[in-house]
Write a protein that binds this ligand. Structure first.
Ligand SMILES: NC(=O)c1ccc[n+]([C@@H]2O[C@H](COP(=O)([O-])OP(=O)(O)OC[C@H]3O[C@@H](n4cnc5c(N)ncnc54)[C@H](O)[C@@H]3O)[C@@H](O)[C@H]2O)c1
Length: 351
C-alpha cells in the first residue's frame, strides 16, 4: 500500500528517514520546526543537509513551521523526529491534526513524566497526550543502530519498529524496510523505548573511556568492555522492571544501538571530552553553544529518578545500578574530579 508519510522535524534523523520511505515509493513530506528553516533552505536548494552531509531527494515535499496542518493533511503515517527538548511542544501541536487510520512513529529518545511527576517512557507519554485529546493513534517506537548520516547515505543497517499491535508494527516495517534499511517489526515497544533512551546515558561512560585513551595515549579497552557489559546489564534490569524483555536489550535496539552510539555521536563526544579532562558542565556548555544537544545528560537524571521510583516500588534493587549512579554523579556534580585516575576509579563498577 502506498502511504503518505509526514516526518516532523527536519534535523538529521527526520531528513534521513525520508530516504527509505522514498525508496519504497511513498509520498514523503518533511516538516521543519521554527528552528529548522536553514535546514529546509539547504534541502530546497539541493545542497547537502547540514547535519547529515547528504543531498536530499528533490521528491521530498518540504513544509515550514507555519504549515503544520497542511503537512499533516491527508497523511497516512506520521513520524515525530524532534529531539527530547521539542517533544512535548511538537506533539501537542500535532495531536489535533491526527486522524483515524494513521500511526505515529517516534525516533525521539528520552523520558517524559506523567501527571504525577513519575518518569515514563516517551511512547507512554505520547499515548497519554493523545488519549487526553480523545485520539487513539497507535505509537511505534523506532530504534536500532541507525546513525542518521549513514541512513541518509543508504549505508546498510537494521532498525526495529515496535508497536503494541503487531499489525501496526508490520505496517511501519512495510513503509520503511529496504534492502539497506532492514526494519524488523517488533512487539516489545517498551523494551525498544527504554533501550533507546538509556543507551544515550551509558554511551557517555563509554565516551569517557575513549577520552581517557585519547588524552593519555594508552588504551582503556578493558575498562571499556567492563562499562559496556555493565551498561547492558543495567539497561536490561530497568527495561524488565518496566515490562520490557531482556532479549530486546541484548538485540539491535539495545546492544546494537549502544555500540553505534558509543562509536560516534554527541553523547560519546561529550563523554570523551570529560575523559580528556574537561569539566562536565564546561563540555556541555561548549557543545550547547555549538548547537549540539546532549540528550544523555537530562536522560541520566531521569534514569536515576526512574531507578528510585522502581526501588520504592520494590521492583529493583538500589545496588543494582552502580554505573548509572557513577554517570549521574559525573554529569551533575560541578566539582567532579576528571583526572584519568579518578575517572578510572569511578567507572570500575562491580555490583
Ligand atoms: N541522529 C541520529 O543518528 C539519530 C538516530 C536515532 C534516533 N535519533 C533521535 O532522533 C531525535 C532527533 O535527533 P536528530 O539527530 O535528528 O537531532 P537534530 O539536532 O538534527 O534535530 C533536532 C530536531 O528537533 C527539533 N527541536 C530541537 N529542539 C526543539 C525545541 N525546543 N522545540 C521544537 N523543536 C525542537 C529541531 O528543530 C530538529 O527538527 C533525537 O531524539 C535523537 O535521539 C537520532
Amino acid at each position: 500500500m502506498s502511504e503518505v508519510l509526514t516526518i516532523l522535524g527536519a534535523g538529521a534523523m527526520g531528513s534521513a528517514l525520508t530516504v527509505p520511505a522514498l525508496d519504497n515509493g511513498h509520498e514523503v513530506r518533511l516538516w521543519g520546526t521554527r528552528l529548522d528553516d536553514d535546514l529546509l533552505d539547504a534541502v530546497d536548494a539541493g545542497r547537502a543537509h547540514p547535519r547529515t552531509g547528504v543531498v536530499g531527494d528533490p521528491r521530498v515535499r518540504t513544509f515550514r513551521s507555519d504549515r503544520l496542518a497542511e503537512a499533516l493533511s491527508g497523511a497516512t503515517a506520521v513520524v515525530l523526529a524532534v529531539s527530547t527538548e521539542g517533544f512535548e511542544d511538537v506533539l501537542a501541536a500535532t495531536t489535533p491534526h491526527l486522524r483515524p487510520g494513521q500511526f505515529l512513529g517516534l525516533t525521539t529518545k528520552g523520558f517524559g513524566e506523567d501527571r504525577d511527576g513519575r518518569i515514563i517512557v516517551l511512547t507512554d507519554r505520547a499515548d497519554a497526550v493523545l488519549g487526553e485529546a480523545g485520539c487513539r493513534t497507535p505509537i511505534v517506537a523506532i530504534g536500532g543502530p541507525c546513525k542518521a548520516n549513514e541512513v541518509a547515505a543508504r549505508r546498510p543497517t537494521a532498525a526495529v519498529h515496535a508497536a503494541v499491535d503487531p499489525a501496526v508494527a508490520a505496517r511501519s516495517h512495510d513503509l520503511f524496510s529496504t534492502p539497506v534499511y532492514a526494519a524488523a517489526a517488533h512487539h516489545d515497544r517498551t523494551g525498544v523505548e527504554v533501550a533507546a533512551a538509556l543507551k544515550n546515558v551509558y554511551a557517555i561512560a563509554l565516551g569517557v573511556c575513549h577520552g581517557m585513551a585519547d588524552a593519555g595515549g594508552e588504551p582503556f579497552h578493558d575498562l571499556n568492555a567492563l562499562v559496556f557489559t555493565r551498561a547492558v546489564a543495567e539497561m536490561a534490569a530497568l527495561s524488565v522492571a518496566l515490562g520490557g524483555e531482556t532479549d530486546t536489550v541484548t538485540g539491535l535496539a539495545g546492544v546494537g544501538d549502544l555500540q553505534v552510539t558509543a562509536l560516534s555521536g554527541r553523547n560519546r563526544v561529550y563523554g570523551a571530552r570529560i575523559g580528556a579532562g574537561e569539566r562536565p558542565d564546561e563540555a556541555l556548555r561548549l557543545m550547547r553553544e555549538a548547537g549540539q544537544t546532549v540528550e544523555g545528560v537530562p536522560a541520566a537524571t531521569s534514569a536515576a529518578r526512574l531507578r528510585d521510583q522502581l526501588v520504592a516500588d520494590g521492583a529493583v534493587d538500589r545496588d543494582g545500578f552502580p554505573l548509572l549512579a557513577a554517570i549521574e554523579e559525573l554529569v551533575t556534580d560541578p566539582a567532579v574530579d576528571t583526572s584519568v585516575e579518578a575517572l578510572a576509579r569511578r567507572l570500575v563498577v562491580v555490583p
